[in-house]
Write a protein that binds this ligand. Sequence first.
Ligand code: R1P
Ligand code: URA
Length: 289
Amino acid sequence: MAKRQILDSELILNADGSIYHLHLKPEHLASLVFTVGDPDRVPLVSQYFDQIDFQIRKREFVTHTGRKNGQRVTVMSTGMGTDNIEIFMTELDALVNVDLVTRQEKEEKTRLQIIRLGTSGSMQESIPVGSLLASEIAIGMDSLMAYYPELSGSQEIGRTVKEELGLEFSPYQANASRLLISKLAGEFVKGVTLTCPGFYAPQGREIRLKPRFDQMIERLASLRVSGRELTNFEMETAGYYAMGELLGHDMLSLNAIVANRPLGTFDEKAEKTVDHLIRAALEVFVAKN
Ligand code: R1P
Ligand code: URA
């Protein structure tokens, strides 16, 4: 059977042949990709590379590709939210798994390793600011997965969150790559991350508008599902894990805990904590000389 040719309007390429939003060509990407939300955090990662060979910026997507310890590495920013992650993951995947000239899916697939280095708020008093947390499981509170095929894993924690808050939609549940998480050392707490479609009411914050759910943090923090508790809030991880499962990439989200929500504290040394996270991740995932 002839392979489907993807239309110009579906897989959009720029005049220079790069992919629409990321503005990258396949040769600009390493198979190990670190991601950050904030474009200004990209140089904070690439400062630890031995050399930077390629840099580009388009919208919130900033890319630096270079080498560290002889290994090719890319760091990219995504901006905030799972809607950005959908674009990011789809275009990153197309760069390696679609022939951009023939516009056909490649026979042989490439599996990328993609590691988020993000900030996050702890839901548990026992996980203080300054901690590093690896998201073993993520629960998506957004509607992204309503548009994609069903995920294969357990949805039990997602269902429990739905029942507790009386949600009219179903959160989705997805997992980190076992391969990547198995490489981590003891300084990372392992947790269950709630990925929210916003920073304020969706994470139980009240500035002028009252969140719809009373006592959201306390109620979520006290849930137990097969002995597991929810640990932290952020805004991208479940999107990464779900898209990674469907597209066939190894995903891991690592979090610098900069807020403790039950205690109402923010990390005075947040920049140091983020730098600690960056250095710890490079140490684990980039080959040593
Ligand atoms: C909110 O302040 C942002 O910080 C977290 C959230 O996921 C959201 O993107 O991650 P980053 O620090 O990677 O942006
Ligand atoms: N990022 C979030 O999404 N929430 C926090 O509380 C801190 C960082």
